[in-house]
Design a binder for this molecule. Structure first.
Ligand SMILES: C[S@@+](CC[C@H](N)C(=O)[O-])C[C@H]1O[C@@H](n2cnc3c(N)ncnc32)[C@H](O)[C@@H]1O
Length: 220
């Protein structure tokens, strides 16, 4: 049943795309398709590439804001905590979420990985108070969007998260932002220019955006 719903959603997405291209001159209504402007891809490839680069820079500490185990809930979430646990050499992985159900699900699914801790907290508070030196920061949390702000609320919250955590980022470090395949303003709109001022460079954009600092030749 889930697969049929996914397929119907995909067909609806393509009909909208054709409608937009032929009849609407490529203009996107902000209420359309939740603002997604190209075909959606699952995040797994990007998570794997990030894990590879994290190992290349000899990273040790990962902080994930917005965690959870979503299983079959949707092909478009990545259970990112499992990628960090299974595919990186991290010694410390903090998976922070403010939903106790998600924290419990992460704790249960990752029991065998000593490095990983599921933390119940508001991610923005966590970033303000942590004393960790972060080698990889994943930002993948939901935020409430005030009416008529069309993504600006998310853009501002993601910038706030970065400002809270930026002094904790290692000189050589990565920032991964999820859901960036979206018409602006969105999660990446304000954080990317702010991080670039601090020396981060954009490695790729798309379903996720990866930024790196102090990495000469990313080999991903
Ligand atoms: C898209 S899900 C995370 C998906 C996960 N990274 C994955 O790959 O499957 C977003 C999560 O953000 C959490 N969240 C929302 N606001 C938050 C906040 N301020 N701090 C921490 N977690 C938050 C939600 O409870 C939800 O579990």
């Amino acid at each position: 049943m889930n697969i049929i719903i996914q397929k119907l959603k995909r067909i609806y997405w393509y009909i909208n795309l054709i409608n937009r291209t032929i009849f609407n001159h490529g203009l996107i209504k902000v209420t359309e398709n939740k603002g997604q402007w190209k075909k959606r891809y699952p995040p797994l490839k990007s998570l794997n590439k990030t894990a590879k680069l994290f190992n290349q820079i000899n990273g040790k500490v990962i902080v994930e804001i917005g965690s959870g185990i979503h299983g079959n809930y949707s092909q478009y979430t990545g259970d990112s905590c499992l990628t960090w646990a299974k595919k990186t050499n991290a010694e410390v992985i903090k998976c922070v979420d403010l939903d106790p159900k998600m924290v419990k699900a992460v704790a249960e699914a990752t029991q065998e990985f000593d490095a990983l801790e599921a933390v119940l907290d508001d991610g923005l508070d966590f970033l303000s108070k942590t004393e960790l030196k972060i080698d990889l920061l994943l930002l993948d949390f939901w935020t409430d969007e005030p009416d008529d702000s069309f993504g600006s609320g998310r853009a501002e919250k993601y910038l706030e998260a970065y400002m809270n955590g930026k002094d904790k980022m290692s000189p050589k470090s990565l920032i991964l932002i999820d859901d960036t395949d979206h018409a602006p303003p969105w999660k990446d709109t304000l954080i990317v220019p702010a991080a670039r001022k601090d020396g981060f460079k954009v490695i790729y954009i798309g379903r996720q955006t990866l930024l790196a600092r102090g990495v000469e030749k990313p080999n991903i």
